[in-house]
Design a binder for this molecule. Structure first.
Ligand SMILES: [Zn+2]
Length: 379
């Protein structure tokens, strides 16, 4: 294992921040996997899962079993790690700009399409290499042309640069109170099926573009777009399987869960030939893919407190009461329900809600009317 500490831009006099990166195996010897946790800095189930995974990777490396390269960023957001308000960690949004740490990653698609023009041929693997050379260059160019970078820009470009040429990008997050679920590209289904089954995902939400450039789409969309423009003439595989894995809820930080998650990630890497050895039989899948545009984000019609009657991780029917919002000043009590039959994979953690505030998310099989644009937000 080689550990590197990348110095990030100093945001201010007398301060310093570094990004810890650990590498197992050797670059260029086989498939490359990139895993990171806590891009939303207070989402810790992924951090403990990687802690357990790295114990397995150390042994695998000692035994010479790592066939490719595995890059681990055990906590991806040193900016968010130090943000607290009123004793509470705030890791989802950058407090200086208000921006979500998992949005606004560079969109390289247009430049990539132009830069490979005239270079592609009939060998799919060669086409992947051609595109990856350009992607590495474009990330560097993006940095050089961006003008003065903020510490947040620097963090985003550094993370994107580490993952840009990976075959597998697994970005570990969690929801507030949730069943294990994953997000990925339409074009990565059914390729992602073995990962989804292996880790025991209970919902697999797919969208080609969910809006505002989350981290995972930086690595899937270039292939989607290359295939759209050049796919009729040249073989272009979906060379990067890029996913966001939501390891349940923010309170689900336990050794028994993390150790199981680590074993499952390890088995997936074995199945994909990044690590040698038998991954064992693939567990039976708990879900199939459903469209992200089929998720009903159930919201409150007025302020008050939320009283849930259904836990996250339950199948529900359209119109079924999932709980109610109670305004104790007016006595207004408003039950809420999903518009769709589906799987209630997540609900919010707080119990105070404002009008229009998110209550829970239900994954249905069919696209819902009006669900377009920014699919990862309630409205
Ligand atoms: Zn997150």
């Amino acid at each position: 294992m080689q550990q590197e500490r990348i110095e990030l831009i100093r945001p201010q006099m007398g301060t310093a921040r570094t990004l810890t990166v650990r590498r197992y195996g050797k670059s260029g010897t086989g498939p490359k996997a990139y895993l990171q946790a806590a891009l939303h800095a207070d989402e810790l189930p992924g951090v403990i899962a990687l802690h357990h995974l790295e114990k397995l990777l150390k042994v695998a490396e000692e035994n010479g079993d790592i066939k490719g390269e595995i890059v681990i960023v055990p906590f991806a957001n040193p900016i968010g790690f130090t943000q607290y308000v009123d004793m509470k960690p705030l890791g989802r949004f950058d407090m200086r700009t208000g921006q979500n740490f998992n949005r606004h990653y560079p969109d390289l698609c247009k430049e990539l399409i132009a830069s490979v023009d005239g270079k592609l041929g009939q060998d799919g693997d060669a086409n992947v290499e051609i595109a990856r050379v350009e992607l590495r260059r474009l990330i560097k160019e993006h940095r050089a042309n961006a003008g003065p970078l903020t510490d947040l820009d620097d963090l985003r470009l550094t993370l994107a640069g580490l993952a840009i040429d990976a075959d597998y990008v697994l970005d570990l997050h969690c929801d507030w109170q949730a069943a294990l679920h994953i997000y990925t590209s339409d074009s990565s289904w059914p390729d992602v099926q073995d990962l989804s089954a292996q880790i025991g995902a209970e919902a697999c939400l797919i969208a080609e573009e969910s809006g505002a450039n989350p981290f995972d789409e930086t690595f899937s969309r270039p292939w989607v777009e290359l295939r759209r423009v050049y796919g009729d003439k040249f073989p272009i595989p979906m060379a990067t399987l890029s996913t966001t894995i939501e390891l349940r809820g923010e309170q689900d930080v336990y050794d028994h869960l993390a150790s199981q998650d680590a074993k499952n990630l390890f088995a997936f890497l074995q199945r994909r030939d990044v690590i040698a050895g038998d991954p064992g039989p693939l567990p039976e899948a708990k879900c199939t893919a459903t469209p992200l545009a089929g998720v009903d984000r159930v919201t409150a019609t007025h302020g008050g407190m939320i009283v849930f009657s259904v836990d996250a991780g339950q199948h529900v029917k359209a119109g079924q009461e999932l709980g109610y919002v109670l305004d104790c000043e007016t006595g207004e009590k408003t039950p809420f329900a999903s518009r769709t039959d589906g799987f209630m994979y997540a609900r919010v953690g707080g119990r105070l809600v404002v009008p229009g505030g998110l209550l829970c998310s239900v994954a249905g099989a069919d696209v819902l009317p009006g669900r377009e644009g920014l699919l990862l937000t309630a409205r």
